[in-house]
Every structure is written in structure tokens, then in C-alpha cells.
Design a protein around this ligand. Structure first.
Ligand code: GRF
Length: 201
């Protein structure tokens, strides 16, 4: 693997985690470069933010499904990431389940951030699930991506207390603040070899 970790970031939303990663790179606290920012939605704010920063972007056709990409669309995404010489695929709010084309193109080289202390509260709106369950503590998890839903091996987690009077919005906002520290931190540990990334065959 080359000196600086080459990232491909996939997101569907506003891209606050992408921005936190980009800021850590600019600040010199993350030894990585962003080779491509891609989305399943061509009007996603994350793409606009990436373009504003002069980064390469790619929007895949949304296709007929909501929760996954059609195989040929996912294959084209995988090829685009490979063409941009991406080492590690970073899912930062990517709202599609990753299937065989990406998993085979980037074996054990896809990570995701999820807004709960996995294995608790997999799936959508995990902060809302935590509030409804009445837990006193939740958080966020960075994990390797496999073919299970939010089920791949955990890399690291950050804890966030649930406060009296929390709403889904206030809790999600505090979890996101924790994500913005945890994600760049995990990536820097990968960049410096403290967390091992399997090398491509
Ligand atoms: C984050 O809360 C992340 O945990 C979840 O999707 C959200 C993405 O937010 N997977 P953003 O687009 O990075 O702001």
C-alpha cells in the first residue's frame, strides 16, 4: 500500500462525515487522500461539497431498488473506484446495502460508520431505536463491511450518553459529533498501520 491511504468515500446525504475526514486531511491529522466521492443520488449534498473542494465525484444511476444497487450499477461503481486507485472504501451515510460487486472488488477493504453501539440497533434511525429502548448510553461504531446488515467485525466505537429530555434530533446530533472524531481517528490508525488493512491480491 502506498504511503498515504487512498480513500473512496460513498454517501447519500449531507456528508458531514466526509467533511470531517476531509478537514482532518487538511489539518494534517489524517495521512490520507480522497480519490473519489461517490453517491447513489446525483443531487446528494455530499457530491456538491466534494465538487466545491475540487475532488473527483461519481453519481451512479439510482436504479429500480431503494435499498440496494442493481448488480451492473454496483459493478460500474466498483470499476470507477478501482480506476481512481482507491485502497479503502469508506461508507459515510451510504444508504444502500453493499453486495457482491463491491465486496469482491474490495475484499475486506470496506468500512462503515453506524450510529449505535453495534450489535445494538442495527438498521435505520438507530438513534431513535436507542431512545425508544430507553437505554442510558448509545454511540457510534466503525466496522468492516461484509454481506450482513451492519454485522461485520467491529473496529472501534465511541460512547454517547442519552440525556434527560433528548429528542431523536438532539441525540443524533451528539452521536454525529462523536462520529466526526471517531471516523478520522480510525482512518489515521489504518494509515499508520496500527489497524491492518488487508492488501489486495
Ligand atoms: C451518520 O449518522 C452515519 O452514522 C449513518 O449515516 C449518517 C451520515 O451522515 N450511517 P452524514 O451524511 O455523514 O452527515
Amino acid at each position: 500500500m502506498a504511503a498515504a491511504l487512498k480513500l473512496g468515500i460513498l454517501g447519500s446525504g449531507r456528508g458531514s462525515n466526509f467533511l470531517a475526514i476531509d478537514q482532518a486531511i487538511s489539518a494534517g491529522t489524517l495521512e490520507a487522500s480522497i480519490k473519489l466521492v461517490a453517491s447513489d443520488l446525483n443531487n446528494a449534498p455530499i457530491l456538491e461539497a466534494a465538487r466545491d473542494r475540487g475532488l473527483a465525484t461519481y453519481a451512479c444511476p439510482s436504479g429500480q431498488f431503494k435499498t440496494k444497487l442493481e448488480p451492473e450499477i454496483e459493478q460500474a461503481l466498483a470499476q470507477t473506484l478501482l480506476a481512481h486507485e482507491v485502497d479503502l472504501v469508506v461508507l459515510a451515510g451510504f444508504m444502500r446495502v453493499v453486495k457482491t460487486p463491491l465486496l469482491e472488488a474490495f475484499p475486506s477493504r470496506i468500512i462503515n460508520i453506524h450510529p449505535s453501539l453495534l450489535p445494538d440497533f442495527k438498521g435505520l434511525a438507530a438513534w431513535k431505536q436507542a431512545l425508544e429502548a430507553g437505554v442510558q448510553e448509545t454511540g457510534c461504531t466503525v466496522h468492516w463491511v461484509d454481506d450482513s446488515l451492519d454485522g461485520g467485525p467491529i473496529i472501534d466505537q465511541a460512547r454517547v450518553p442519552v440525556l434527560e429530555g433528548d429528542t431523536p434530533e438532539s441525540l443524533h446530533s451528539r452521536i454525529q459529533t462523536a462520529e466526526h472524531t471517531l471516523f478520522p481517528d480510525v482512518l489515521q490508525r489504518m494509515a499508520t498501520g496500527k489497524i491492518t488493512i488487508p492488501t489486495a491480491e
